[in-house]
Ligand binder design. Structure first.
Ligand code: TXA
Ligand code: MG
Length: 528
């Protein structure tokens, strides 16, 4: 079959498209959500051909599209007040309602169900075609079953060229993910598929709306889904998709730890340059509408670029984000990766960081000693040491080219500018060393702990899932330092006073460990 392509969308073309539908043919039409593969909803044979063209499982019912409210009455046996209120608020638009089905709806539209799904799209071309065809149109998304829904006419052709009678090109779809599906056949009403109309918007009209568990979790074997479409793996590029929870830094850490040929990332705008693998952005992190708009197009691009594994930055699941997250979960067949926990461990001198580190090591955590990292990066001949010598002068090196720590300290702490320069030269190297250390040694550990005094000043903080601050009152800390370092009391006090106060640490802590009586470390560490 030769698939006609209508791109002018003038009256003549739309009349032709409508005639094909009247004659029982299949036409892909633009809607504000995604492209739909339309057939006359009252023609069971035409509807059967839709299943065939898409390779769609025949138990997966279709949405019937109408262009005016009058068209709904012959389709349903009941049009309750709640449905009318939703129609007033959101039609035409990206909302599908499930209602009791009338006998006029052919069996093929909703096989084995007592209900029918109805939607009034807002796209002017879709509405015009429904009007000209003079009948409601059954239309699932116009993709091959299982692949991402099409948001351009080119996507439709990619999947269905030669299998359908025509495609009407109405440009890019606005919303980009399929309509919100709500069933009014249950009490309270239940959201079956999230989309452009949010749960909050629905609740604004209906009061409480239940969210079907299948929206964000995998159905257990043998449980029948409320919406048959929910049981299929969906929206998938050929690559294996993984959703990665957590921050950009932990995303990088995870992707970097096990890089393979063919790895790609789906990331937020502006993150591309920062990632160690090729990536495609799908909108700003805080803009779920933009993410919805681009999601399917980007999922398709991964195939074109030959991706084998796609790692996805997990989006927020608020508002329209719930729809985005729901589609990604299915694209990933519910594979979610959680990067390893990395704790930052810090505290004032004498608070007992090292004691806490030792306890955490016993509990199965990998400890990264910040002092060791700081020493390693200034080894003889290292680029960091060369840079330090360039800035602070070669008299910080002894005749063997080794660092004289006291000489560096004297210069670096002479003024604020020098101190910052020291940090700027050493911190990135310390961070890299620490992260490499974790990657190399992480196996069989529960998590990693970076034990470093100046962690709040360092970019290594970005890698930490949570910050642990160890505290103890000043007199106890003083006592510990005196015992440990054999200083005079004055020298010890000077050291204590040179640090930021306890408040500074506490404000920045996620977890506070009180390392002094009457508290015990065993109890305190139970918080982790
Ligand atoms: O935005 C959209 O809804 C697009 C455009 C073309 O309108 N259409 C669309 O259709 O996404 P489709 O077939 O890809 O998805 C329809 C979903 C499926 O998950 C199906 O199982 C569910 O709606 N559905 C249809 N009729 C149902 C019914 N009577 N009861 C429960 N679920 C139903
Ligand atoms: Mg679909």
């Amino acid at each position: 079959m030769i698939t006609k392509f209508y791109e002018k969308c003038d009256e003549n073309e739309l009349l032709e498209a409508a005639q094909i539908l009247k004659d029982g043919g299949l036409v892909a039409i633009p809607t504000e959500t995604v492209y739909g593969l339309a057939a006359n909803a009252y023609n069971g044979d035409a509807v059967t051909r839709v299943y065939e063209a898409k390779g769609r499982p025949t138990d997966n019912p279709m949405i019937v599209h109408i262009s005016s409210i009058d068209e709904i009455h012959p389709l349903v046996t009941d049009f309750p007040e709640s449905a009318r209120a939703l129609a007033d608020a959101f039609w035409p638009g990206p909302l599908t309602m499930i209602l009791p089905k009338s006998d006029l709806v052919p069996r093929e539209v909703a096989p084995r169900l007592e209900t029918v799904a109805v939607r009034m799209p807002s796209h002017p071309i879709a509405r015009k075609i429904i009007e000209l065809a003079g009948c409601p149109l059954a239309a699932p998304s116009a993709n091959s079953s299982g692949s991402p829904s099409p948001t351009t006419a080119q996507h439709v052709l990619h999947d269905l060229d030669g299998k359908i009678n025509a495609v009407v090109d109405g440009g890019e779809c606005d919303v980009g993910i399929e309509s919100t599906v709500i069933t009014l056949a249950t009490n309270p009403p239940r959201l079956l598929r999230p989309g452009g109309i949010t749960v909050e918007q629905l609740e604004g009209v209906l009061g409480h709306v239940e969210v079907d568990p299948a929206v964000i979790s995998e159905l257990e074997d043998g449980v029948a889904p409320a919406s048959p479409g929910m049981k299929y793996k969906h929206y998938s590029p050929k690559a294996q998709v993984y959703i990665v929870e957590g921050s950009l830094e932990s995303f990088k850490f995870l992707v970097d730890s096990d890089m393979q040929q063919g790895d790609m990332a789906l990331c937020f705008n502006g993150e591309e340059a920062d990632l160690p693998i090729p990536s495609l952005p799908f909108g700003d992190e805080s803009d779920p509408e933009a993410q919805a708009h681009l999601l399917f197009a980007q999922l398709r691009s991964f195939d074109e670029q030959g991706a084998k594994r796609v790692f996805v930055r997990a989006p927020s699941s608020e508002g329209v984000g719930l729809g985005v997250y729901n589609r990604l979960l299915r694209a990933a067949a519910f594979k979610i990766l959680t990067p390893p926990v990395i704790y930052g461990l810090t505290g004032q001198t004498g608070a007992g960081k090292s004691t806490v580190a030792k306890e955490l090591e016993k509990k199965g955590y990998l400890i990264v000693d910040g002092d060791v990292a700081a020493r390693e990066v200034v080894e003889k001949g290292s680029p960091v040491l060369e840079n330090l010598a360039k800035f602070f002068g070669s008299d910080i090196l002894d005749e063997n080219g080794e660092l004289i720590r006291s000489a560096l300290a004297k210069k670096a702490f002479a003024n604020e500018e020098n101190r910052q320069k020291l940090n700027a030269i050493t911190h990135p190297a310390v961070t890299k060393w620490s992260i490499d250390f974790i990657k190399k040694n992480f196996a069989d550990h529960k998590g990693a702990v970076i034990d470093a005094a100046a962690i709040f000043d360092s970019d290594i903080r970005r890698y930490c899932t949570k910050m642990i601050v160890v505290t103890a009152p000043e007199d106890i800390r003083l006592e510990r330092i005196l015992k440990r370092d054999g200083l005079t009391e004055d020298a010890a006090m000077l050291r204590i006073k040179a640090q930021k106060d306890e408040q500074y640490y506490k404000e920045r802590a996620d977890i506070i460990i009180r390392n002094y009586a009457p508290y015990t470390l065993a109890d305190e560490l139970n918080l982790l």
